[in-house]
Design a binder for this molecule. Structure first.
Ligand code: MN
Length: 358
């Protein structure tokens, strides 16, 4: 059986209109008609097209604007369980769809209010629905103290995963000691912090030749930079119980970063500070994780990283994910690995990280 370390819920697009405090309601995410389209409007964030007006496709849209199969990926627990059974998936970590945009909201108070609404809804929908669901709470960092307080609150409620932006707020890089309360709170609560692709900054906007491909790769590589900030700056060394998961970025860059960071650490030693007790790759491979779907680069470079940091994911229900053919994809990409290696990446690493009972 498989554990998907990256799946998505399709939350009701009217969630925030219904639940935000009155003071925020007309600035938060709301469904509005715009010409031929329904769009999700949020103050300070470019509107996202959701569906054509009058069309009755029966489906929804994912975080990248692509349409999802009717019914799939919704908040219907029974439907999700049936899809998981059909796909051989025993448990899944659940990320939002529209919620991925919350940390792009410029007003920190509004962003935090939106996160609370999402987290409350997510808890009602999935926390009581059994061991097979590991929903990830939203923790925006525009108001850092508020974000840390929200992380503490969701830990109390019983969340075992939380989402922080891959790219931190402008001018406040992750190597600032300001973030220590965040790392400490996550470590003490035993909550791995996830950084999903596309969070924290607007997606790249190359519109010229190659744009779609360039943007897709560039947004994934922002995780590489964040890994270096956490490993080289001493954040991971100072917080040995902190766990960080890079989600839906492809995973081939992880081995590259480990080698490249260590090369700088050894060859440019005179300029390196802090002098970590071990090379940066040690912290990266022991405390960080990266999800893979159908990509083979992280498997072919496992000699450099070990299989410990690798987590398989279906990205259900997105079209670029492996649902409903996950078992076939896993059989193909793991064909040259040992059973123990395959089990670690497709099940055991995630089970340990998220405390999913056997
Ligand atoms: Mn995803």
């Amino acid at each position: 059986m498989l554990i998907s370390a990256d799946s998505h819920v399709f939350e009701p697009p009217t969630l925030w209109e219904e639940r935000l405090p009155a003071a925020y309601r007309d600035r938060g995410p709301r469904l509005v008609a715009d010409g031929d389209w329904y769009v999700l409007a949020i103050d300070g964030v470019p509107p996202r097209k959701l569906a054509r007006r009058g069309a009755d496709a029966g489906g929804g849209t994912d975080g990248h604007g692509a349409s999802t199969p009717p019914g799939a990926g919704g908040a219907d627990v029974a439907r999700r369980l049936a899809d998981m059974d059909a796909d051989g998936v025993r448990a899944e970590v659940i990320y939002p769809t529209f919620g991925l945009f919350v940390d792009l909201i410029p007003d920190p108070g509004l962003a935090l209010a939106c996160a609370r609404v999402y987290n409350d809804w997510l808890a009602e929908t999935f926390l009581g629905a059994g061991e097979r669901f590991v929903p990830a709470a939203l923790v925006p960092l525009g108001d850092l103290d508020g974000g840390v307080a929200e992380l503490s609150r969701v830990a109390e409620v019983g969340f075992r995963a939380a989402l922080v932006p891959t790219t931190p707020p402008a001018g406040r890089p992750y190597n600032l000691s300001d973030y220590d309360p965040l790392w400490r709170t996550a470590a003490e609560a035993g909550i791995p912090l996830s950084m999903h692709t596309g969070t924290g900054t607007q997606p790249s906007a190359e519109r010229g030749p190659g744009g779609a491909v360039i943007n897709y790769v560039a947004v994934g590589l922002r995780s590489a930079e964040t890994l270096c900030y956490l490993a080289a700056s001493g954040v991971l060394e100072r917080h040995p119980d902190l766990r960080v998961v890079f989600v839906e970025t492809g995973a081939g860059w992880f081995a590259y970063c480990c080698e490249r960071m260590d090369e700088a650490f050894e060859e440019h030693a005179a300029w390196v500070k802090p002098r970590l007790a071990a090379p940066p790759s040690h912290y990266a491979t022991h405390q960080c994780f990266v999800t893979l779907g159908a990509d083979r680069a992280p498997l072919l470079t496992r000699e450099l990283t070990g299989v410990g940091p690798l987590l398989w994911a279906s990205d259900y229900p997105h079209p670029e994910g492996t649902f409903p053919h996950s078992r076939e994809v896993v059989a193909r990409i793991f064909a040259d690995l040992t059973d123990a290696e395959r089990r670690a990446v497709t099940h055991d690493n995630a089970a340990r990280l998220y405390r999913i009972a056997p």
